[in-house]
Write a protein that binds this ligand. Structure first.
Ligand SMILES: *Cc1c(COP(=O)(O)O)cnc(C)c1O
Length: 407
């Protein structure tokens, strides 16, 4: 019986060019983004310029984390304490957390079997808020043209959480370029790794001027290279609070070489994804996630569904896979484990039950696909999952829980 030996949390090392750039920043001692000598352009400002160019956005701001980028975007679009903000029922805790950090109240929108936001549920709830914090959770992208039509018609401003879609697109337009602002994370488990970090993009000069001031630019915003012109700051500079959350030059230096390599890395993630997907195809009881033609996804993780399975049977799959070195996370556990919380776990934000979404959430299995895995590793992981899902589904269990089917 084969056992997988790799680590699901082991990312690749920081590239040599990034280490060299980091050393140069440390040798200079000028880690703060506004600590420059005459004629010097800070690494943070260069990163913003390069990320704006890479996404096609007019403006970019580097910040302390993805969660900071989300809260900063919410402040920039004018969300006030007590306001309601639409967001996904299936996302990660920092998303509703960013909304709650402003004293605003998340309104959760359901999830489909494609693991994207349910546009019918969004249409039903659109009157409750004027902002949607849209999370492209685990890199699954909804029909963005339809979503934008709906939100534009209802006067809902869209902020995109692109923590899992850096480098991805819908119908050829980059994720993060559909809404008013796009937010990215450069935390270790995302598509570029600076430990912690975030990026914010927009084409709107007023929103970006506010974001730059919010991030803690003092009156030094003219040192940015991907920020709006000084006129955009004139009416805002004295009325916008400083909610300090800048990125430093050390992180920016680590990220710039990674940005140059992003497309190649995205292709490598997708190679791994396709190997796992092919290995799990036609496994009885297991539902693969359909990936629409228009979705230019970047699959740094893999999800599948065990729809309508008894919890005990899913637990049997988890423990049997774990015994063979394959770490699956389950979004259906009644109590959150690790990062697998869901809308009804966030009890600071009241929510009504969503039975159709609960059916999906109860069946979501999730795993990371770090680039330290070889294609053969991915094939082996798929063989193990396939064998254990099949064994449990067919009721061929040494464990006492019994068969899988919910009937
Ligand atoms: C990681 C993540 C965030 C927050 O990013 P941090 O940089 O960790 O603050 C937000 N949304 C999603 C979906 C994430 O996975």
């Amino acid at each position: 019986m084969e056992v997988f030996k790799g680590s699901f949390t082991q990312q690749e090392p920081i590239p040599e060019a990034a280490i060299a750039a980091a050393l140069r920043v440390m040798q200079s001692g000028r880690l703060h983004r506004y600590n420059t000598v005459p004629g010097e352009v800070a690494e943070a400002a260069l990163l913003e310029e390069e990320f704006a160019a890479a996404t096609g956005a007019r403006y970019c701001l580097a910040v302390a984390s993805g969660g900071y980028a989300l809260a900063c975007a919410l402040r920039a679009v004018g969300v006030q304490p007590g306001d309601r903000v639409l967001t996904n029922a299936f996302t990660l805790a920092p998303v509703p957390g960013a909304i709650a950090s402003l004293g605003a109240v998340p309104v959760f929108v359901g999830v489909t079997e494609g693991l994207v936001i349910d546009l019918d549920d969004l249409a039903a709830k659109a009157d409750q808020a004027r902002v949607l914090m849209l999370s492209h959770m685990r890199g699954h992208i909804c029909d963005m043209a339809a979503l934008m039509r709906l939100c534009d018609a209802r006067g809902v401003t869209v902020i995109e959480d692109c923590a899992h879609t850096m480098g991805a697109s819908w119908a050829g337009r980059q994720s993060g370029r559909w809404g008013a602002m796009g937010c990215y994370s450069t935390q270790t488990y995302k598509h570029m790794n600076s430990g912690e970090g975030g990026l914010l993009i927009s084409d709107d000069p007023g929103l970006m001027a506010r974001a730059v001031l919010l991030s803690g630019s003092y009156m030094l915003y003219d040192r940015h290279r991907a920020a709006p012109p000084p006129e955009a700051f004139a009416a805002l500079r004295l009325v916008t609070p400083n909610v300090s959350g800048r990125m430093d030059n050390l992180r920016a230096a680590i990220l710039r070489p990674q940005l140059q390599d992003l497309a190649r890395q995205c292709a490598r993630w997708n190679e791994r994804y396709h190997v796992v997907e092919a290995g799990l195809d036609q496994t009885p009881g297991l539902t693969l996630i359909a990936r629409p033609e228009a979705e230019g996804f970047v699959a740094s993780s893999f999800q599948f569904l065990l729809l309508d399975w008894q919890p005990a049977a899913i637990r049997a799959v988890l423990s049997r896979c774990a015994a063979r070195g394959v770490e699956l996370k389950w979004f259906g556990a009644p109590d959150p484990v690790g990062f697998t919380s869901r809308y009804d776990s966030w009890t600071y934000a009241p929510s009504a039950p969503m039975p159709a979404s609960d059916r999906v959430l109860n069946g979501i299995l999730d795993m990371r696909l770090p680039l330290t895995f070889s294609l053969e590793d991915c094939a082996q992981i798929a063989r193990i999952i396939r064998a254990e899902v099949s064994a449990v589904y067919q009721g061929d269990l040494s464990a006492p829980e019994g068969g899988a089917r919910g009937d």
